[in-house]
Design a binder for this molecule. Structure first.
Ligand code: CO
Length: 134
């Protein structure tokens, strides 16, 4: 059911510094910062030949990554995103298998303009999993 690895998301406290690290030291192609007020983050995309890395910096007062950075001030892997062909079919299959979907259980439009869902890390080996409809 799951397809390609769409991205790995890394939470960072300082997006400019992290972008410079990837652009200058790692030699990667890094996008301009994109504020996503609905998701409480500012994002940059790092395009790799086979997938993407996204750097997330908290935006606003209720950022979903603020607590994560409190616990991990140096930053860290926040979630991984797998592509699925049909997000509602994937959700229903996962729920039938006992997995918990975060929020109200309905897909939201994610950073790439496509429907996304998040799955409870306790049900996926301690990893927050995002599904994105490809
Ligand atoms: Co993501």
């Amino acid at each position: 059911m799951i397809g390609r690895l769409n991205h790995v998301a890394i939470a960072v406290a300082n997006l400019e510094k992290a972008s410079r690290l990837y652009r200058e030291t790692m030699g990667a192609e890094v996008s301009e910062p994109l504020p996503q007020p609905a998701h409480g983050v500012t994002v940059v995309f790092i395009n790799l030949p086979n997938t993407k890395v996204e750097l997330l910096e908290p935006l606003g007062d209720n950022s979903p990554i603020a607590k994560f950075l409190e616990k991990s001030p140096d930053g860290g892997i926040h979630h991984i995103c797998y592509e699925v062909e049909d997000i509602l079919a994937a959700r229903d299959k996962l729920k039938a298998g006992g997995a918990r979907v975060l929020g109200d259980g309905n897909p939201k439009i994610g950073a790439h303009g496509k429907p996304v869902l998040f799955l409870h890390p306790k049900d996926f080996n301690g990893t927050l999993v995002e599904l994105e409809q490809a």
